[in-house]
Design a protein around this ligand. Structure first.
Ligand code: SF4
Length: 291
């Protein structure tokens, strides 16, 4: 039985052990997030021979802020070192197509592992811990299958099963707190400064560019919520459920934003504090996601 610690589960990205898969396998479009177009399976022109990024320290300044937001949940090193046993697409070009096909599958499975581990850490979700444990073990088992099995995994079906469990865990964790029901709500650019959203159901809500300064988001369920460009300055996200580092990276915030203990404050929040103020126009808020 695997543990539930994200580090022990290998859910923290380790770029040193990855063959730069997010910089090769995934496509991106020229936008506010990426300076150029790139097709799937084509190495980014900034990727060095050693799989490191040649502009890592200047990604935002050079027009690639989307790269600072993306998180593979450790899928890159799993595909590189476990599925393909340390042989890169440069060493074995014949494996490249399959490696690129497996990477997005693995990323989704690792994301589910992240959520399951978090649900298992919710004491109030104890009534479903046994089912969560089983789902975590099954998902972990899937990640260890050979490439030809992995590329055919029906991730949507598996995700739907896991999601039903995560929803029950979330409901148990928020029971009695009378949180608002805003699942899937269109809150793009909404003025929610100081809003009382404690234990709110914000699953899949569109919060792009929303003003959430000083909002109370404690114990709010934020799974899949789109927080790109949302302002979380002075917001309280203590105990927020199913919030990921990628969501936090995509938002804005400051030194007074309170985050769940498992997440870190993005470096660009500090840079923003020292940069000249800019307007939050709709074009900066409605950035296309990295596909
Ligand atoms: S800019 Fe750097 S991090 Fe972004 S895709 Fe290219 S090589 Fe990767």
């Amino acid at each position: 039985m695997p543990g539930t610690n994200p580090r022990e589960l290998g859910l923290l990205a380790d770029c040193e052990s990855c063959f730069g898969l997010c910089c090769v396998a995934l496509p991106f479009s020229a936008s506010a997030d990426f300076a150029v177009d790139k097709d799937a399976g084509k190495p980014c022109h900034n990727l060095r021979e050693d799989f490191r990024c040649s502009i890592h320290q200047q990604l935002r300044q050079r027009g690639f802020p989307g790269c600072t937001v993306f998180d593979c949940f450790g899928a890159g090193q799993k595909v590189s070192q476990v599925t393909f046993e340390g042989r890169s697409w440069r060493e074995a070009p014949g494996t490249a197509r399959q490696m690129y096909a497996v990477f997005p599958v693995m990323r989704q499975l690792h994301e589910l592992l992240w959520y399951l581990a978090e649900a298992l850490a919710l004491p109030a979700a104890a009534p479903v811990h046994a089912e969560l444990d089983a789902a975590l073990a099954e998902t972990d088992h899937l990640t260890r299958q050979p490439a030809d099995v992995l590329e055919k995994v029906d991730v949507a079906e598996h995700r739907a099963q896991v999601n039903a469990l995560l929803l029950r865990a979330s409901e148990l964790a928020r029971a009695g707190l009378k949180g608002k029901e805003r699942r899937g709500a269109d809150l793009i650019g909404a003025r929610l400064k100081g809003a009382g959203l404690r234990a709110a159901n914000l699953r899949g809500a569109y919060l792009i560019g929303a003003d959430l300064r000083g909002a109370d988001l404690r114990q709010a369920d934020l799974i899949g919520a789109d927080l790109r460009g949302a302002d979380l300055s002075a917001a309280d996200l203590t105990g927020a459920i199913f919030l990921t580092q990628a969501q936090v990276n995509a938002a804005q915030g400051d030194a007074t934003t309170r985050l769940p203990a498992s997440l870190t404050r993005p470096a660009h929040w500090a840079e923003r504090a020292t940069a000249p103020k800019q307007g939050r126009g709709p074009n900066t808020a409605r950035r296309p996601r990295r596909r």
